[in-house]
Design a protein around this ligand. Structure first.
Ligand code: ADP
Ligand code: ASP
Ligand code: MG
Length: 416
């Protein structure tokens, strides 16, 4: 007997027929004698629709009311799945975040889970009842519904797994695991049987949306064994939680025997470039630029600054989330006099391509290979950042797919 969390994403619960299929996956584990808590997302497209309605109602809306609206998608699927389970003879009930409760901080719209009291859930699942939990939501210190940011059901699942001491957290989705890059854009991508928490954290934060970044952080901190797998297999054709189920285990680095230099390639079109031209090259300039951005809660990612030839004027380039681009420009225009730049340029038509691998720690020349590969395709690099286990380059967005494919082949990741 094991204790499992099974999480199903939007495409897996897209309509009632798929919800019935999910119910069969759950029944398989229950029949095998396991205790099960299920976490569900909203039906695919539902959250986008709810978000659009809040914007329609007013662009400047109250974040607490936004949460009241967008959390409703998950409430629908948790109820429907509980009904579908009951219909096939499985004892089940739905749970909203506030009923458990899943306590969050006050950051409505992008709240962090502060604490989960798992005792009620444990009591019920030990009595043989399946708990169907609405993902993406909890309750804030103000006693109001709070949502966890887009893709947040992954985080709900890992947090529940930690709270009830689950043996594993299975993330069922529309792909059968984590691939060397997004299989939708590179058909030759290969499924990874294991990925370290650290690499998965980099992949997720650099654009691989298969898992929400916070879910990986949490899995790493709490040591939750997280297994990414497909919900589209025939539920009756696979053994219950078998060892040879196709999927990807996110685990400690020590568990990975065959370490590659490069594990994966990620891309993101969610960043925009800003360049300040003819900035005075003197102490305090970086602070004059980045403090007002930080005060406006705008995250700056890549930063490139040239050293000026004669110590007077230089250029400063950096990236901000595309969603914050207009706000960032406004902040910088307001601070123009204190910063002392002459021209502000920017572009949202850029993409960040990243190469990730723990093997980079001990291998030289990985970055040089990437630069050579991109150059051979005529792809210009606008900015570069590196860390111990990743290299990111900023390029023109129309070259995204070409760049990802080029790097994927170059590091020997293509399947035969
Ligand atoms: P869910 O609705 O189940 O949460 P998501 O759409 O959030 O599913 O995540 C699954 C998608 O992530 C896949 O369909 C795939 O296109 C995308 N993806 C991006 N990068 C990767 C990767 N490296 N491996 C697997 N899937 C990836
Ligand atoms: N339904 C939410 C979203 O679309 C949460 C999730 O699916 O994980 O972002
Ligand atoms: Mg998702």
């Amino acid at each position: 007997m094991a204790r499992l969390v099974m999480k199903f994403g939007g495409t897996s619960v897209a309509d009632v027929e798929r919800i019935r299929n999910v119910a069969r996956h759950v029944k398989r584990e229950v029949d095998a004698g396991h205790q099960v808590a299920v976490v569900v997302s909203a039906m695919s497209g539902a959250t986008n629709q709810l978000v659009a309605w809040t914007r329609d109602a007013s662009l400047l809306h109250d974040a607490r009311e936004y949460d009241a609206v967008v959390a409703s998608g998950e409430q629908v699927t948790s109820g429907l799945l509980a009904i579908a389970l009951q219909a096939i003879g499985v004892n089940a009930r739905s749970w909203q975040g506030w009923q458990i409760p899943i306590r969050t901080d006050a950051a409505h719209g992008a709240a962090r889970i502060a604490d989960i009291d798992g005792s009620l859930l444990i009591e019920r699942i030990e009595s043989g009842q399946v708990a169907v939990v609405s993902g993406f939501q909890g309750i804030g210190p103000d006693n109001r519904i709070a949502t966890l940011g887009r893709g947040g059901s992954d985080t709900s699942a890992v947090a529940i797994a930690a709270a009830i001491g689950a043996d594993r957290c299975d993330i069922y989705t529309d792909v059968d695991g984590v691939y060397t890059t997004d299989p939708r854009i590179v058909p030759k991508a290969q499924r990874l049987s294991k990925v370290s928490y650290e690499e998965m954290l980099e992949m997720a934060s650099l654009g691989a949306k298969v898992l929400q970044v916070r879910s990986v952080e949490l899995a790493m901190v709490k040591g939750v064994r997280t297994f990414v797998r497909s919900s589209f297999e025939d539920p009756s054709a696979i053994p219950p939680a078998g060892d040879d189920t196709p999927g990807t285990l996110i685990c400690d680095e020590e568990e990975i025997v065959e370490k590659q230099v490069v594990t994966g390639i990620a891309y993101s079109k969610d960043e925009a470039q800003i360049s300040l031209r003819r900035v005075q090259d003197k102490p305090g300039v970086a602070a004059a630029v980045f403090v007002p951005l930080a005060d406006a809660s705008i995250n700056v990612d890549m930063i490139v600054q040239n050293v000026s030839e004669d110590g007077t004027l230089t250029d400063l380039t950096f990236t901000v989330p595309t969603a914050d681009y207009d706000r960032a420009r406004k902040v910088l225009e307001d601070a123009k006099a204190t910063i002392g730049y002459q021209i502000l340029q920017g572009s949202v038509d850029v993409a960040k391509i990243s190469v990730i691998g723990i093997g980079m720690r001990s291998h030289a020349g990985v970055a040089a290979d990437a630069f050579r590969g991109l150059a051979s395709r005529g792809i210009n690099i606008r900015a570069i950042t590196t860390s111990e286990i990743k290299i990111s380059v900023l390029i023109d967005a129309p070259f995204t797919e070409l760049a990802v494919r080029t790097l994927h082949s170059l590091y020997g990741l293509d399947s035969n």
